[in-house]
Design a protein around this ligand. Structure first.
Ligand code: ZN
Ligand code: ZN
Length: 355
């Protein structure tokens, strides 16, 4: 009697010797009944009719376009054999109606050193609902109010647009990270500025920090108890954003000096137009300062000649020749246009320094 090698066994299906069993059969018997991939013939996927989010395991997530949602739904429902390796799946959806996609799937994989290919068909029925976020928005839900105001003045339209753009940037970034409360449910234009009603206080805090870092100013927050929900105190948070009194490149008159503002945050910094000296104060030290003009609105006039530390220029209103002091860091040449500012001290030349 010949004894069998230690590393061989008998296939219970065909009776042949085999070095290894695959799910209880030899390789040939196993591959005879093997299916690489399977998918249900009909699938259902829920999307939000407003924002297009997809409902996955009862959670709403942003996936992308409707086509992306369909491809992902097909991939999620595809069952590929657990022994398959180097799996490649190609999903081709075709829109039959806005509610029905016919999907062709091709799967390639290696299993037991052999290449396998399989074509599959399924259809995906799209169910449209309103997601958690869009339901909240349409219901006017909010957890915080953000008041956009300015120090000692009313915010202008241009800077309100700047603020709203920053708000939308921040909210979009938060939503892309999966925050379903990063939304505005209401906007109110009032005399003093704009009020935004936000889905979370976290969103309000992120927005205020971003606006202050980009436009200057400051913000405070205060919470008021609204009641209790599920045994927890519920607060509503009000963010009071104060845009700076003066914006970068505003020229102001302050205690007899003409200052070009550079930054208006916790501290105010700028440059003295006449001396070129640096200027730094706390915002409340600017009480009584007066806005003259912003750099972008400065008048220009012809620089007739430069004589030592004086400039000969034409007054832009009267066209008379006037002699004014040459500012520090002044590089313009005679015959060119230079920016000037009219002040109580008369005409001043403004050095055309880069920011
Ligand atoms: Zn066999
Ligand atoms: Zn939605």
């Amino acid at each position: 009697m010949i004894s069998e090698p230690m590393n061989s066994t008998i296939c219970p299906k065909c009776g042949n010797e085999t070095p290894k069993l695959f799910q209880g059969r030899c390789k040939n018997c196993f591959l005879e009944t093997f299916t690489l991939a399977e998918i249900a013939p009909v699938l259902h996927t829920k999307i939000c009719s407003s924002c297009g989010a997809r409902n996955v395991k009862s959670k709403w997530v942003n996936v992308g376009s409707l086509k992306d949602v369909v491809v992902q739904a097909a991939e999620d429902a595809l069952f590929v054999h657990e022994l398959a390796e180097n799996i490649e799946v190609y999903v081709q959806p075709r829109e039959a109606t806005p509610y029905l996609f016919k999907v062709h799937i091709e799967a390639d994989a290696i299993l037991l050193d052999e290449m396998f290919h399989q074509d599959l068909e399924t259809e995906i029925r799209v169910i449209r609902e309103s997601c958690d976020m869009c339901s909240r928005i349409s219901g006017g839900y909010f957890e915080s109010i953000m008041q956009i105001r300015a120090t000692n003045r009313i915010p202008g339209d241009e800077e309100k647009i700047k603020c709203i753009n920053i708000v939308n940037d921040v909210l979009e970034r938060m939503r892309n990270k999966g925050d379903r409360l990063a939304f505005i449910s209401n906007t109110a234009e009032i005399k003093e500025g704009t009020d935004l009603y936000l889905g979370s206080s976290n969103a309000g805090r992120h927005i205020c920090k971003e606006i202050v870092s980009r436009l200057g100013g400051s913000f405070t927050e205060s919470a008021t108890l609204q009641g209790r929900k599920d045994g927890k105190d519920v607060y509503r948070v009000t963010f009071s954003l104060r845009l700076p009194e003066f914006m970068p490149h505003d020229f102001i008159e302050h205690k007899g000096r003409i200052i070009e503002i550079r930054k208006f945050g916790k501290n105010v910094s700028g440059i003295d137009v006449e001396t070129g000296a640096r200027f730094t104060v706390a915002p409340d030290e600017l009480d009584g300062a007066r806005l003259l003009i912003n750099r972008k609105d400065l008048q220009k006039t012809i620089l007739v000649a430069i004589e030592n530390n004086d400039l000969l220029v034409l007054d832009p209103d009267t066209y008379e020749t006037v002699t004014i002091k040459k500012p520090i860091m002044f590089t313009a040449e005679a015959g060119t246009d230079i920016p000037v500012i009219k002040t109580e001290k008369g005409l001043l030349a403004v050095a055309d320094v880069s920011k």
